[in-house]
Design a protein around this ligand. Structure first.
Ligand SMILES: Cc1ncc(COP(=O)(O)O)c(C=O)c1O
Length: 478
């Protein structure tokens, strides 16, 4: 290798230019550098068009004389590996093709067409992420951030965010929240993982879950060693009375505001019943309020947590209201659970404190409310358009679930779900059948009725794709 710059006549490393890792193994400095660059281009590590550091910068980084680099660049330009142009520096030549991988083996099956329209439940309209407002909040947050914001962070999460959330959740969702009992997590998924660990540490054997829901939350709980007996879901939500009959249940995971994915609210009697169960047994209610902000026909019901903050763990997330890519969510905990969750989380914060500060600023400045209100109008319009289009083009299809959230359930004639999902795929439309979300076990004493339906996310497509998606959807309806 080369001498360090400290021992050579070369300039010290410069703060300018891009990093370029090179192993100089050739017989001399110049030959070694030329061969290392040639090899980097040949193998595709430096792709065509890449701008190389200036000879001054690379010389300083490698601790060699600038002329050595300039000569090496000139040689590679002459050989056609690099191009040099006044004003645009030295670049990897466009025609210097990287070595290609061996051709793939021929396919044995025709490929499924790539979906053109994604109506699978999960995502909000990502094209509507409030980039400008978020940037402004990030700038303000960064300007105001104390130096300790760049450190490892508090295991609870930044206090600025917890304070902003406590105000917002009390005001918008009726949650009893103090900053000291809020813990920030990297998405609901992470929060549930922490909860599962805390429940295991308390020797809970089982977490009851709704008989319609997401399989990966069930898997998360079972891989933490918890049993997951199902709670029957009907048109009034989960049958919470049944909890009394289940053995060893330390907690119940529910979506009371808007059952996922069937779209029904938890009936008021059942809300009371589940809180009574928790009080009587010392059990916990894990309230997943994943889309509580989005109700279109009236004020949303307040969070269940408001009924008993010591028995309900409230989970909220930015995944529907802003974007799942943020991976920012929160738990509002009964006081006695805070230390258990912090212990499960470990001493170091896992989500970026700068993102947390940005979200805190975004909420405190009112931008979060404004964004939610504008998305509410937008999603409501989409839902209305969907219902109107179906009424006109597929009048036999019944839409169920309340006017809320990002998806609807379309009830299909018996026995048609699978073929409709397939037909949709061939129309370039990705949709989910409700069967994907169904969960029952043989020894529960009941069976869910047969049901054929689609769960359709009307929120996700960008405006440019919405009309086409709606057309394609109506076309595949039986
Ligand atoms: C039922 C339900 N809960 C919670 C979430 C949010 O999960 P996360 O915050 O991990 O993105 C989702 C997102 O798809 C969901 O469908």
């Amino acid at each position: 290798m080369t001498d360090s710059w400290a021992n050579s006549a070369a300039a010290p490393p410069s703060a300018f230019g891009a990093d370029l890792h090179l192993e100089l193994n050739g017989p001399g400095l110049r030959a070694g550098l030329t061969e290392a660059l040639r090899e980097a281009v040949r193998t595709g590590r430096l792709v065509p068009g890449t701008r190389l550091p200036s000879s001054r910068t690379l010389a300083a980084d490698l601790g060699i004389a600038r002329n050595t680099v300039a000569d090496s660049y000139a040689e590679l330009v002459a050989e056609g590996w690099l191009t040099a142009q006044q004003g645009s520096g030295t670049r990897v030549a466009k025609r210097a093709e990287p070595r290609r991988a061996a051709p793939a083996a021929p396919r044995t099956r025709p490929p499924q067409p790539r979906p053109t329209y994604g109506l699978m439940p999960g995502s909000p309209d990502l094209a509507e992420f409030p980039r400008t407002q978020w940037l402004k909040a990030a700038r303000r947050a960064l300007t105001a951030a104390p130096h300790d914001a760049f450190g490892y962070g508090d295991a609870l999460g930044r206090v600025e965010l917890r304070t902003a959330l406590a105000d917002y959740l009390a005001r918008a969702r009726g949650v009893h929240a103090e900053p000291e009992r809020i813990v920030i997590s990297s998405g609901f998924h992470h929060g549930l993982m922490l909860m599962a660990q805390a429940l295991k540490a308390r020797r809970a054997g089982a977490v009851a879950i709704e008989s319609y829901g997401l399989g990966f939350y069930r898997d998360l709980l079972t891989s933490a060693g918890l049993r997951t007996p199902p709670l029957y879901v009907d048109e009034h939500g989960a049958r919470t009375d049944d909890l009394a009959r289940l053995r060893g249940v330390g907690a119940v995971l529910m979506t009371p505001a808007h059952q996922y994915p069937t779209g029904v609210p938890l009936n008021p009697d059942r809300r009371t019943a589940v809180v009574d169960w928790a009080r009587a047994t010392g059990g916990l209610i894990l309230e997943d309020d994943y889309d509580g902000e989005f109700r279109y026909d009236r004020q949303p019901a307040g969070a269940l947590q408001g009924l008993d903050p010591e028995r309900v763990v409230y989970f909220g997330t930015t995944s529907k209201s802003l974007a799942p890519g943020l991976r920012l969510a929160w738990m509002v905990l009964p006081e006695e659970l805070v230390s258990d969750i912090v212990a499960a989380k470990g001493a170091v914060e896992v989500s970026s404190t700068l993102e947390q500060l940005t979200l805190a600023e975004f909420i405190a400045s009112g931008a979060y409310d404004r964004h939610v209100r504008s998305m509410r109008l937008r999603y409501r319009r989409r839902r209305d358009q969907l219902i109107a289009a179906l009424a006109q083009k597929a009048p036999g299809i019944r839409v169920t679930g309340m006017a809320a959230g990002l998806q609807v359930v379309l009830e299909l004639p018996p026995g048609t779900e699978h073929s409709v999902v397939q037909a949709a795929a061939w129309q370039g439309l990705a949709v989910s059948g409700i069967a994907e979300f169904r969960y029952e076990v043989a020894d529960s004493g009941w069976r869910l009725p047969e049901r054929d339906a689609l769960v359709v996310n009307y929120a996700a497509p960008p405006d440019s794709a919405w009309a086409g998606a709606l057309d394609a959807l109506c076309r595949v309806m039986p």
